[in-house]
Structures are given as C-alpha cells and as structure tokens.
Design a protein around this ligand. Sequence first.
Ligand SMILES: *Cc1c(COP(=O)(O)O)cnc(C)c1O
Ligand SMILES: [Zn+2]
Length: 371
Amino acid sequence: MPCQFICPACGARYPTDRAIWRCECGNYLDLDYMPVLDRNLLPDEKSFWRYRQVLPLEDFQSAISFNEGFTPLVPMDFRGMSVLGKLDFMLPTGSFKDRGAAIMISKCKELGIKEIVEDSSGNSACAIAAYCARAKIKAHIYMPAGNSSAKSFQVRAYGAELHLIEGNRIDCANAAIEGATKSYYAAHAWNPYFLHGTKTAIYEIVEQMNWNAPDYYFVPVGSGSQIIGAYLGLQEMKLAGIIDHMPKLMAVQSNKCSPLKDFIEGKETPISSSNPSIAEGIAIHRPVRLKQIIDVVQKTGGEFVTVDDTEIIEALKASFLQGIYIEPTSAAAVAAIKQYEGKIQKDEKIVVSLTGSGLKASSKINDLLSE
Ligand SMILES: *Cc1c(COP(=O)(O)O)cnc(C)c1O
Ligand SMILES: [Zn+2]
C-alpha cells in the first residue's frame, strides 16, 4: 500500500499518485508514513540507499542514485569541547540537500513528471538541478535577481533554466508558484518526500555511533527540511526500539534572521531584501513549516539558538584549522555550541551537521579571512 498525503491543518488526505504540492486549504502536506527499520535486513552497501526499507518510494530500480551518503562522522574540537562533525558537504552537489532531492526527484520521476519548478538562492537549487539532470526532468529554478554566486553557476551547468526575479525571497517564491501552474512545484520547503530524504542523515549518525543516539544535535535551520527530517528519523527509530532517547534538537539561526526565536517571543520577523547575515542559507524570514519546526524542537527538549556574524566567523576559522572547509551558513551551527560550554556534561555526545561546502563560497571566505 502506498502511503497517503495528509494535511496537518485540516486533516484532508490525498493519494500520493497525484502530483499535488499542497492541500486544497493552502497548507503544506505531510506523509502518513511511519516505517520500521529492521536492522537485520540492511544490505551491505555504504550509501543512504541502505535504508530503502524506510524510504517512501515504490520503484527503487529507477530511483535517481549516485550511491551517495554515508558521509563521514569525524571528531572535531571547538573551544575545548569534543564534537562529532557530520560531513554532509561531501554529498554529490556539495550539501545535505542532495538527500532530500534524491527522494523528491525520484518520486517526481515515478509520477511521470517532466518539468518542475523550485525557488532557492542556493544549495537546494543545485541539488534539485543535478538530480533533475540525471532524471531527464526539466528544472526551472527561480532565484533572486543579482545572484551571481557559484551556486547559480552550478545550477546553470546542470542544464537547469534560471529565472532571476527582482525583489526578496518571498517575491521569488510567488513567481515560482506562478511559474509552476504549467508544471510541478517541487519545493524543498513544502515537499514531504524531501523530508524523508533528509532523515537519512540521522539514521547514518545513529548507525555510525553503534546504534546510539547523540545527546545534542546542532543544526542550522532555514526552511527546516533538515531538522524536521531529523525528527522524523528519530521518531521512527524510537518507535522501532533502535534508540532509547531522542537527542535534543538544537535549532541554530543568525541573530539577523531568527523567525523561530521571534515566534516564541511573540515578535514578527522583519523582512529585508538585502542578505541580512553571512549565513545566507538560513536567511528564511517566513519558513513554510515554522510551527512544525518549533514543535519538533520542543518535543525533543531542544532549544532555539542564535549566533552573530562574529561568532560565525570564529567557528568558521576554527573549522578550517581542523581541515574542514565548510560555508559560513554551516559554521553557524558550530558557533552555537559555544553557548553550551559548561552546560553540556563531558560524557554527553554532541553532533553538529556540517551542511554545505566552502568550495562554493571561496571568494566570500577569502574576504572574511582578510578582514
Ligand atoms: C539549506 C541549508 C541549510 C538550512 O536547511 P533547511 O532545511 O532549509 O532548514 C543549512 N545549511 C546549508 C549550507 C544549506 O544549504
Ligand atoms: Zn488542509
């Protein structure tokens, strides 16, 4: 039985053989899907496809795969604290977004979709463009005008069509939704298949820790696809009896764009059109799944942490000096750990998600290092 879409706002259900991207009520959709992993049935294969038992695809033969995943989990040190870094920037397009794109675009292929639309200023666009290239699906990527980053070059190189939109990220999302009336809106912020792809990171982490959950998992949060995916994976593993506790999910944002913390404090996040922080990948003022992010963090006893640019640069430099070349957005999560000095016990395990490669941000990194 294929699973169904379910709307958490109004409870409506839809079959998943329909190419829809939101509920008739306007809300995002989730999947009514809670698979149980049988560890005895894991294949001898070091990629995230080893978890296909818990992935919501029908046809794994024609899934879009690079045999990717099983990125290293390596010890690092930040201000004297021992941390395990999950090197997700080592995925095929240079960020964790490949996990989500793999499942979402494979599902699009199953549905016979020939053309998709996505809006992003960065890594999710790269990931979706690459998987679409392999799936022979035409990708239209909407980006804010003036974006001439390495990420936009990468998107073009994969053969995607770039639409540059004047205005802010919200204008860009609206233009994409408009553009998607003729195709399918495969947006990482909305699509629940994307979340079931990103959840593979926490399966890997738990397996790499000999089937133990860490105590803290620090994640940089924008639209929330990574942190919600982590929660889904943890919930599944808890239910399957694989782990006995949930790590505290620590949602990290920049102090210049912190809609999670603002919401908790009853404030409205102001929208600016200029990029407010050097952590561009998490500068999302109106996350579609805002309340869901808050809910999953709170359910694990986690916290919402903000960091400023100075702290991000400090964490970035500390990572580089350990041979870890990440982008500034990823360093935000490393920077947040500092605030827990003395609060986290020595025997507690901290994992930090290193989400994106510094190779796409070298000129910016050069500017930061020469300041
Ligand atoms: C997209 C992105 C994030 C944030 O992930 P969300 O799923 O949007 O919360 C963090 N770091 C990098 C490098 C990203 O590209
Ligand atoms: Zn609904």
